[in-house]
Design a protein around this ligand. Structure first.
Ligand SMILES: *Cc1c(COP(=O)(O)O)cnc(C)c1O
Length: 483
C-alpha cells in the first residue's frame, strides 16, 4: 500500500516539474520576459496610442490551453500582437483620453518581487515587514493630503473599491438605521451610485446639488439642501464631493464644504480618485485646500501617482471607523498602535488574502524619490494650463473653463452645421488616426472633447502634437475655406 502510493507520488512529482523550473531555466525565462517588456517600452514613444481590434484574432496559440507547455517565445509573440497592440496604449505619452493611467517601470519590478516572495500581506503576524510597508505607505499618503495621525487606510484595487469602502464605513458610523440623505453633484462618478447600492443605501434620499460655471459644487445650494432636509426631519448623512471630476477635472470647494458638513453633522467624503493625490505638489495642494478636513477620501495611485492599474487607496480620518466596520481579528479591539507594525490590512477592508500592493508604490518611492513624483505632477498641471492657453489663441475654439487640474474640456465652433456632430467627427477622426488619444463627454447635452494629461511620459511636445492633430482634423473636416 505505502510502496504503491510512493510510486504514484513519484510519478506526480515528475509530471509537476514544469511548475518549478530549475535555476537556469528561471534565469532564462526572466531574461526573455524582461527583454520583451523593454522592447515594448522602447517602441512606445512612436507606437500608436490606439491599436486595431482586428489584431486580437490575427494569431492563435494552438492549443490555447495545452497539456504540455509551449515555448515562451511564441507565447510572448502572441502577447505582443494580440494583447499588447490592440486597444488603448495607456502607457503611451500621447494617451490623453479618459483618465490616463501610468505604469511605472519600478512598480513592475515591485510586482515581480512581491509575487516571487508571495508574502502574505493580509496579517501582521504572517508578514510583519510587508504589513509595515502597507501601513507606512498609507501613512505617507495620509501625510501627502494632510490627514492627522488618527488616520487609517488601505490600498485597494482601485478608486471604485476605495469609494465603496469609505461609504460602508460612513454608513456604519452615521447611518446605521438608514434614512439619512446623500448629497452629490451630477458630476459624481457612477461608482458612487454603485457604492451606495452595494452598501444597501441605493434608495437613500438623494439630492443633486447645483454647480457653478466651472462645474464645481455650489456652496449655497448645498447649504440650502441640508437646511431643507433638517427642517423636514431628514438627517443629512453623507456629502460626496469631487477632488477632480472625470468630466472636467473640476475640484469642488472642499474647505467650504467641510465647514458646512461639520455644522450639519454630515459625513464628508471626497472622491479624489482622479485628483486627490495632486496634493503632493504645491500647485495641487492649493487647488485642493480643505481636502484634509474631510472624514474620508478615495485616491487612485494608479492614476495620479502613475502606478500600474490595480492600486487605489482609501483613507479614513478617524481610522477606528474602518476597524469598527471591517475588523475581524479576535484581537482587533486592542488599542491601535499596539502592534509595532500597525494594524493588519485584513482588519481594514473586506479582503483577507491580497496582493502585496504596497511594494509597487514603496519601491518607486525608494528608487526615484518623492520629489520626482512632485515634479511630474507639477509638470502635468502646467501642461494642462499650457494646452488651455494654446486653445484660447486659436480662433473658433471654445476652450472651456481654465483647468482646476489636468483635464481640459473644449470644443470647436465650425463655420456652419451642427457643432455637436462636428466635434464628434473630429474626435472620431483623431481616435482612428491613433496618434493622439483623446476622449469626449456630454455636458448638459453639449458634446465636448476632453484632453486629460496625466501620463508621466506626456511632455510638451506631445501636447503640441495634440494641438496639431486637432488643427489637421479641423482643416480636413471643414474643407477649403469658403466651401
Ligand atoms: C477613476 C475614477 C473612479 C473609479 O476608480 P477606478 O480606479 O477606475 O475604480 C472614481 N472616481 C473618479 C473621480 C475617477 O476618476
Amino acid at each position: 500500500m505505502i510502496e504503491e502510493l510512493k510510486l504514484q507520488i513519484d510519478g506526480h512529482r515528475k509530471a509537476m516539474q514544469p511548475l518549478e523550473p530549475d535555476a537556469d531555466t528561471r534565469a532564462a525565462l526572466g531574461r526573455q520576459a524582461l527583454d520583451h517588456a523593454l522592447a515594448y517600452l522602447d517602441a512606445l514613444p512612436d507606437a500608436p496610442s490606439n491599436g486595431p481590434w482586428a489584431d486580437v484574432f490575427s494569431r492563435h496559440l494552438e492549443p490555447e490551453f495545452p497539456e504540455e507547455g509551449h515555448d515562451f517565445a511564441p507565447v510572448l509573440d502572441y502577447l505582443a500582437t494580440c494583447v499588447e497592440g490592440p486597444g488603448f496604449t495607456t502607457a503611451s505619452p500621447r494617451f490623453m483620453a479618459y483618465i490616463p493611467g501610468g505604469g511605472l517601470f519600478h512598480s513592475a519590478l515591485g510586482d515581480l518581487l512581491a509575487a516571487a516572495s508571495n508574502k502574505f500581506a493580509g496579517f501582521a503576524s504572517a508578514a510583519p515587514g510587508a504589513v509595515r510597508l502597507e501601513n507606512a505607505t498609507i501613512e505617507w499618503l495620509a501625510k501627502a493630503i494632510g490627514y492627522p495621525e488618527s488616520t487609517l487606510g488601505i490600498l485597494t484595487s482601485g478608486g471604485s473599491i476605495a469609494n465603496l469602502t469609505a461609504v460602508v464605513a460612513a454608513r456604519d458610523a452615521r447611518d446605521d438605521a438608514g434614512g439619512g440623505a446623500v448629497y452629490t453633484t451630477r458630476f459624481a462618478h457612477h461608482c458612487v451610485d454603485k457604492a451606495l447600492h452595494v452598501a444597501g443605501r441605493g434608495k437613500a434620499p438623494r439630492r443633486l446639488i447645483a454647480t457653478d460655471e466651472s462645474f464645481r459644487m455650489s456652496i449655497a445650494s448645498l447649504e440650502e439642501a441640508l437646511a431643507q432636509d433638517r427642517e423636514a426631519g431628514i438627517r443629512p448623512w453623507l456629502v460626496v464631493a469631487s477632488a477632480g471630476t472625470v468630466d472636467t477635472g473640476s475640484v469642488d470647494p472642499l474647505f467650504e464644504i467641510a465647514q458646512i458638513c461639520r455644522r450639519y453633522g454630515a459625513w464628508f467624503h471626497i472622491d479624489g480618485a482622479y485628483g486627490g493625490l495632486f496634493a503632493l505638489c504645491e500647485d495641487g495642494r492649493q487647488v485642493l485646500r480643505g481636502i484634509e478636513l474631510s472624514d474620508s477620501v478615495a485616491l487612485d495611485p494608479h492614476k495620479t501617482l502613475f502606478l500600474p492599474y490595480g492600486t487605489g487607496a482609501v483613507l479614513v480620518r478617524e481610522g477606528r471607523h474602518l476597524v469598527d466596520t471591517f475588523g475581524a481579528s479576535p484581537n482587533y479591539m486592542q488599542p491601535l498602535g499596539e502592534s509595532e507594525v500597525g494594524p493588519s490590512p485584513s482588519d481594514l477592508s473586506p479582503e483577507l488574502t491580497r496582493h502585496f500592493r504596497a511594494l509597487r508604490l514603496w519601491l518607486p518611492l525608494q528608487l526615484a524619490g518623492a520629489s520626482a513624483f512632485r515634479a511630474a505632477q507639477a509638470e502635468k498641471l502646467a501642461l494642462a494650463r499650457y494646452f488651455h492657453a494654446r486653445l484660447t489663441q486659436i480662433p473658433d475654439f471654445d476652450p472651456g473653463p481654465p483647468p482646476d487640474l489636468s483635464v481640459i474640456t473644449f470644443r470647436y465652433q465650425p463655420r456652419g452645421g451642427d457643432t455637436d456632430a462636428f466635434n464628434e467627427r473630429l474626435l472620431r477622426r483623431t481616435q482612428e488616426e491613433g496618434r493622439v488619444m483623446l476622449s469626449g463627454t456630454r455636458i448638459d447635452g453639449r458634446f465636448m472633447i476632453r484632453c486629460a494629461i496625466l501620463n508621466f511620459r506626456t511632455h510638451i511636445e506631445h501636447v503640441d502634437e495634440a494641438i496639431d492633430v486637432l488643427g489637421r482634423g479641423i482643416a480636413e473636416l471643414e474643407g477649403p475655406a469658403g466651401s
